[in-house]
Design a binder for this molecule. Structure first.
Ligand SMILES: *[C@@H]1O[C@H](CO)[C@@H](O)[C@H](O)[C@H]1NC(C)=O
Ligand SMILES: *[C@@H]1O[C@H](CO)[C@@H](O)[C@H](O)[C@H]1NC(C)=O
Ligand SMILES: *[C@@H]1O[C@H](CO)[C@@H](O)[C@H](O)[C@H]1NC(C)=O
Ligand SMILES: *[C@@H]1O[C@H](CO)[C@@H](O)[C@H](O)[C@H]1NC(C)=O
Ligand SMILES: *[C@@H]1O[C@H](CO)[C@@H](O)[C@H](O)[C@H]1NC(C)=O
Ligand SMILES: *[C@@H]1O[C@H](CO)[C@@H](O)[C@H](O)[C@H]1NC(C)=O
Ligand SMILES: *[C@@H]1O[C@H](CO)[C@@H](O)[C@H](O)[C@H]1NC(C)=O
Length: 464
């Protein structure tokens, strides 16, 4: 309840105006008290005769909003009803077609028209073969065999139409087998991928190491791994983000696998005096390489490199990179501030990000590990926000997506040597928590390192 003290001059005007407007409702008398000699002060209980104009306006708005949103819903429902009609009709049509087919099969009666879908499938297979053939395969002979088998099938179908001799199911079975064999030959099948001997990533083991990070479960975002430079001392490291899981300013290191597992002796390195200092760490896309930490600098689109031995920091702009949550990894939920993600493979250090110029799709740059200069850049057609993470192996970019609380899928690859991409890898990764903060490959031990809702997990990888 508002109690307002009014100076008498203003009050007189006010009461006159209000009471003349509301004469038919009620009149009220207010007692004044003389104060400071020439002022008369009254106490008015404002709410008793106030019309709630603002509240009324708000409710009016709300009801307008409600009715317009109701109208939207209504038109959606109309649209959906219409679609359902179409689906129903399609389904009825398909069912009718199927019935026809079954009846004919029972009577062993075929009509040339029934072979049209089959012929269409065959045509599609042929064009798939043509695509595969375009890639220079080491094993073209096997493909030629399949190709001529397919051609034979095509000829058989033509003959079938003329003679109705063969069993349709038999034919379909043959086609399916050819198709399976063809799939095992698909573009990324036997082709040389990337530019090291390993070949292509085929499967991932169950987690080999699974351990809560040393700061505890209230630090769900961060990164961990082992120095990724071949020949570097074995140095395990953990970086946990503070400040709403966005910024960090130190890393913890362990001088061997054993001390890491026992967590008994560690050395902490302070990158910057606080996590709100320029050149502090932003986001979990960090990696330790050749005794230096590579990371996205605090509130910027710059790349930072902190040398653990000299404590020296250098920072260099990453041209056009979306940063500070413009293009993070997302999939269902966004993993905050994962815009700029470093990765190391057999070829050295890379940075994975996205640009407006490439429509938010993943851009990949190879960088000079000493001065952070961009050496070469590749543009992919994969929307960065439609992935949950990405990493490099042998010059090939792999990207992951969320499958379930306990599973992640490596579904995409982009080969920087041939600029080829594939989107159907289906390599599954078991995880402990839904959240994937950072995932990278280490070419030294050829393992994947995942920071997963506070858990540090590592996996073996299988190539072929
Ligand atoms: C009504 O919708 C408008 C525009 O969408 C919005 O600005 C306003 O806050 C809404 N009013 C209420 C009361 O929700
Ligand atoms: C279903 O079949 C009828 C008659 O053949 C055709 O007119 C109609 O377009 C078909 N509907 C759909 C959704 O395919
Ligand atoms: C195969 O490559 C040739 C030239 O390199 C190209 O013209 C043709 O379209 C390609 N065919 C397919 C199916 O990709
Ligand atoms: C497929 O077979 C037909 C007839 O036997 C032949 O004319 C054609 O060249 C063959 N096509 C291929 C791609 O082998
Ligand atoms: C991949 O590895 C997992 C775990 O070792 C295994 O269960 C699965 O069958 C493998 N998948 C393939 C396609 O080899
Ligand atoms: C590794 O670090 C050493 C010392 O800082 C430097 O001389 C060397 O160039 C670095 N190598 C790479 C590949 O970054
Ligand atoms: C492999 O490819 C990457 C980029 O495509 C290149 O930077 C690197 O030098 C290559 N390495 C070898 C050994 O060819």
């Amino acid at each position: 309840m508002t109690v307002i003290y009014l100076v008498i001059a203003a009050l007189l005007v006010f009461i006159t105006a209000s009471s003349s407007a509301e004469t038919e409702h009620q009149k009220q008398r207010f007692h004044g008290v003389q104060k400071n000699g020439n002022q008369c002060v009254c106490t008015v209980r404002f709410a008793e005769w106030e019309f709630p104009v603002e509240r009324f306006k708000e409710l009016q708005d709300l009801s307008q909003n409600c009715s317009s949103s109701l109208n939207e819903r209504l038109s959606e429902i109309t649209a959906i009803n219409f679609k359902i009609q179409v689906f129903l009709e399609e389904m009825q049509n398909e069912t009718a077609r199927l019935k026809q087919f079954e009846a004919m099969q029972k009577q062993r009666l075929y009509h040339p028209l029934n072979f049209w879908p089959l012929r269409w499938d065959l045509k599609r297979l042929q064009s798939e073969i043509a695509k595969v053939q375009n890639v220079s395969l080491p094993n073209t002979k096997a493909l030629q065999t399949i190709s001529s088998e397919l051609n034979n099938s095509y000829v058989s179908v033509l003959n079938l139409q003329l003679y109705d001799k063969h069993n349709l199911l038999n034919m379909k079975d043959r086609l399916k087998k050819i198709k399976n064999r063809l799939e095992s030959f698909s573009v990324y099948g036997n082709v040389k991928i990337g530019n090291c001997s390993g070949g292509m990533l085929r499967n991932v083991t169950r987690p080999l190491i699974a351990q809560l990070n040393p700061y505890g479960s209230s630090y769900p975002y961060g990164a961990w791994g082992m120095d990724s430079m071949p020949g570097s001392p074995e140095l395990y490291w953990v970086m946990a983000l503070l400040s709403s899981n966005i910024y960090g300013n130190s890393i913890r290191t362990y001088s061997s696998y054993k001390t890491f597992l026992m967590s008994n002796t560690h050395v902490d390195f302070t990158v910057e005096s606080s996590y709100t200092t320029p050149n502090a760490i932003q986001g979990p896309g960090v990696v330790l390489y050749n005794g230096s930490l590579y990371y996205n600098c605090y509130k910027s689109g710059e790349m930072c490199k902190f040398n653990l031995n000299t404590k020296n920091i250098i920072h260099v702009n990453l041209p056009n990179a979306g940063h500070s949550n413009k293009f993070p990894y997302c999939y269902y939920d966004c993993y905050g501030y994962t815009d700029i993600d470093f990765s190391v493979d057999e070829n050295g250090i890379w940075v994975i990000y996205a640009t407006e110029e490439n429509y938010g799709n993943i851009v990949l740059s190879k960088i000079n590990s000493n001065n952070l200069a961009v050496l070469q850049t590749w543009k992919t057609k994969l929307f960065k926000k439609a992935t949950s993470n990405a990493f490099m192996v042998c010059g090939v970019l792999y990207a992951t997506r969320y499958v379930s609380k306990n599973e992640e899928e490596i579904f995409y690859m982009f080969d920087t040597v041939t600029n080829q991409e594939a989107k159907n890898l289906n390599i599954r990764l078991i995880k402990f928590s839904p959240d994937v903060a950072s995932l990278h490959y280490n070419p030294v031990d050829r393992k994947l390192y995942l920071f997963n809702g506070g858990y540090m997990l590592s996996y073996g990888v299988l190539f072929s």
